[in-house]
Design a protein around this ligand. Structure first.
Ligand SMILES: [Zn+2]
Ligand SMILES: [Zn+2]
Length: 371
């Protein structure tokens, strides 16, 4: 576990030497999403498609005012959100439609029970994590979501949240609240903004988020075990994979059945092997990413930290040299030294980030969010 913070700092230190390192690589432990984004120019491009500048009163860069997002289903939707649900669909079809039916009778029922339970649990908590409005109680009950968020006037206020009052949400907020730039509202017990959920993760939905990651990791591990068994049996004794009664009607050993027992479809060996290899690779990559995220959050729990706390702590521990490099780089690419996610003075002083919003970091965005 001690490797985690060490590796995080190594990643950060390296990031400072890259043109966009502080923005893209800093999210490595914040959200797996950000890591993928930093590796994929196409996704990075997508993430910069909206709202490059903060609406600032009287400023020539001001963009039109917009509404606060309610939850993960609010617009704009995110491409990663679609990737998450499509991957879940692929895994469900592969699990229950293709590979579990290859197992011997008793193991088949056990796999249906265990994988079915994990899949149902994941689907439920994932859905709840996306659908919950993680906003502060005062935001949910007093703020009018249909009313555009006011522009922030830096000439009147030094910070978006001062003395536990948010000047954008226009309501009193708790000490742990942060104003997320992507959702444009104050989030209770802010942890991070997750692109896979397309929603903020805060105290109201943290455990749903956590069990969503944990159940997905467990389900992926079970599928890997099933796939490895099938691959091994394929080369050792193929008859072990043809125990379903339907195979009594199939004489050709090169013919396999998919979607047993409800919608049997005949196919050939190369197709089954191709699907198996594709699903195994997708499964391994997904498990590495989710497992990494799961371990990181277990580490945070042990340290009693939120993701936001961890990231801001990391900034405070930077060496003067790294800070200087970072500041220089920020100036080169035109970032003001501003806080990422607005919080109350008492919690944000000395914890200001490097000119990009927390959510912008998570999305690889270069947004000038809050002064
Ligand atoms: Zn707010
Ligand atoms: Zn958010």
């Amino acid at each position: 576990m001690a490797l985690l913070p060490t590796l995080a700092h190594v990643v950060r230190d390296k990031a400072f030497r890259r043109d966009e390192g502080p923005i893209l690589m800093g999210v490595f432990f914040l959200d797996v999403t950000g890591f993928l984004m930093s590796q994929c120019p196409f996704m990075d491009l997508c993430s910069r498609s909206w709202r490059q500048v903060v609406p600032e009163a009287g400023g020539k860069w001001a963009s039109p005012p917009r509404l606060s997002r309610v939850n993960g289903w609010s617009r704009p939707l995110h491409s990663f959100q679609a990737v998450a649900w499509v991957t879940l669909l692929i895994m469900a079809i592969a699990n229950f439609g293709i590979f579990i039916p290859f197992l011997p009778r008793n193991w088949k029922y056990l796999a249906y029970s265990v994988n079915g339970g994990l899949f149902f649990l994941h689907f439920l908590v994932h859905l709840i994590a996306v659908s919950i409005d993680p906003a502060e109680a005062n935001v949910r009950f007093k703020k009018n979501y249909s009313k555009p968020v006011p522009t922030f006037d830096r000439s009147r206020h030094a910070h978006v949240i001062q003395n536990q009052y948010c000047h954008l949400c226009e309501v009193p907020v708790s000490s742990k609240a942060k104003h997320c730039s992507t959702c444009n509202k104050c989030v209770s017990g802010f942890d991070h903004h997750c692109k896979w959920l397309n929603n903020c993760v805060g105290s109201r939905n943290y455990w749903y988020f956590f069990f969503s990651v944990a159940s997905a990791s467990a389900g992926l591990l079970c599928l890997i075990i099933i796939l490895l068994y099938i691959f091994i049996q394929f080369f050792i004794d193929q008859e072990e994979l043809r125990t379903h009664p339907y195979y009594k009607k199939v004489s050709n050993k090169n013919t396999w059945m998919l979607f047993l027992p409800l919608f049997p479809v005949k196919t050939k060996t190369p197709v089954v092997l191709g699907i198996g290899v594709f699903v195994l690779l997708l499964d391994i990559v997904s498990l590495l990413l989710l497992g990494h995220l799961l371990i990181f959050h277990l580490y945070l729990m042990a340290k009693k930290l939120s993701t936001f706390d961890y990231m801001t702590q990391g900034r405070q521990q930077q060496t003067p040299k790294a800070s200087a490099e970072k500041e220089e780089l920020s100036l080169q690419i035109g970032f003001p030294q501003v806080p990422a996610v607005a919080s109350s003075d008492r919690h944000s002083r000395g914890k200001e980030w490097d000119g990009v919003s927390h959510s912008a970091v998570a999305m690889g965005q270069k947004t000038e969010q809050f002064p």
